[in-house]
Ligand binder design. Structure first.
Ligand SMILES: Cc1cc2nc3c(=O)[nH]c(=O)nc-3n(C[C@H](O)[C@H](O)[C@H](O)COP(=O)(O)O)c2cc1C
Length: 332
């Protein structure tokens, strides 16, 4: 399939694996890129620019195809060494960066000069337009259903994507709630040029995370996610568990007075315990409503191949047949 996104990134299928903390290691990114999508290494998970450079080198040994690096700009008391990460990306020769969180404007000149294409993740039309105006090459439009940080506007993709299509000139992918060929065709119909998946890629054989996490995704339904940290205006969609229940109880009790330090036990540094040790109640971890559509743990290639097969079957047969009926009824 050819879209503006496959052309922009030099990939076979319009499918991107979004950056995921403690999931987006070289194994994940390489598996997606090898299967014809765009794999993304999560920069900050590496902990230092030096480690990121090593992870990029490791990924390169696993695939000769294009892959990218995610850089998430978070509000932090002591910010990560962003200049160092940008340098590591450029010096490693990576040509695609997925930015997320705060406005990436400050880093664009250096990236552009090095020929890096930038796709910025946005949860609103106004942020997408801003990304376009500062020179991003594409955006990933993240609807309210998404795993991770959906922003504070709560607009689901059935509205957000066509609104983005009405306003944007640069290409965009649909992100949040994407699982299969049906999602891809829907995304294309609504004006996107491809899709970005997070949660769905976690439930694959190659995802370098504990099997307990994969099993939890298969067991979960679309009703099992919760929004946390809304009072801090840092809303995150996570899978419900004992820690999330505790966190929500604290949010109820403390109301507007709540501070980050009150919930640090539930959200601070919990990812390694969950993703590596499989301690499923260790804390809150990002998960999309799309968990309700995850029923198996295929290889990444199986997932991508069947997604493309299904999308082509929907477009070429199901929709074509429906349009045919409409056309012949109109003619008679
Ligand atoms: C476990 C997990 C960790 C994530 N970590 C990050 C991150 O560090 N940076 C980022 O930009 N997005 C992160 N995301 C968001 C994904 O890149 C993607 O935008 C989102 O998962 C799309 O929604 P979906 O889960 O419904 O596919 C994370 C998502 C998940 C599920």
């Amino acid at each position: 399939m050819k879209t503006r996104i496959t052309e922009l990134f030099g990939i076979e299928h319009p499918i991107i694996q979004g950056g995921m903390h403690y999931v987006g290691f070289a194994e994940m990114a390489a598996a997606v890129s090898q299967a014809g999508g765009l794999g993304i290494i999560t920069g900050l998970t590496q902990g230092s620019p030096e480690n990121l450079a090593k992870e990029i080198a490791r990924c390169r040994q696993m695939t000769g195809k294009p892959f990218g690096v995610n850089l998430t700009f978070l509000p932090a008391l002591t910010p990560p060494d962003y200049p160092g990460y940008i340098r590591a990306i450029i010096e490693s020769g990576v040509k695609i960066v997925e930015t997320a969180g705060n406005n990436p404007q400050k880093w664009l000149p250096a990236l552009k000069e090095a020929g890096v294409r930038v796709i910025h993740k946005c949860t609103s039309v106004r942020h997408s337009l801003k990304a376009e105006s500062i020179g991003c090459d594409a955006v990933s439009v993240d609807g309210f259903e998404c795993g991770g940080h959906p922003g504070e506007d709560d607009v689901p993709n059935f509205i957000l994507l066509p609104r983005a299509a009405e306003e944007l000139k640069i290409p965009f992918v649909a992100s949040g709630g994407m699982a299969d060929g049906r999602s891809l065709v829907a995304a294309l119909s609504l004006g996107a040029e491809g899709m970005n998946m997070g949660t769905r890629f976690m439930a694959t054989k190659e995802a370098p995370i504990h099997d307990n996490v994969k099993q939890a995704l298969v067991a979960a339904s679309e009703l099992d996610t919760r929004l946390v940290m809304r009072p801090l205006r840092n809303t995150e969609r996570v899978l419900k568990n004992a820690a999330v229940d505790r966190l929500l109880e604290k949010e109820k009790e403390l109301g507007a007075a709540i501070e980050f330090k009150d919930i640090v036990a539930e959200v601070g540094g919990v990812y390694p315990r969950i993703m590596k040790q499989g301690e499923m109640d260790a804390g809150a971890w990002s998960c999309g409503m799309v968990a309700g559509l995850i029923h198996d743990i295929p290889t990444v290639k199986e997932l991508i191949d069947r997604t493309m097969r299904e999308a082509e079957e929907i477009i070429g047969r199901r929709l074509a047949r429906m349009a045919q009926v409409t056309l012949s009824t109109a003619a008679s």
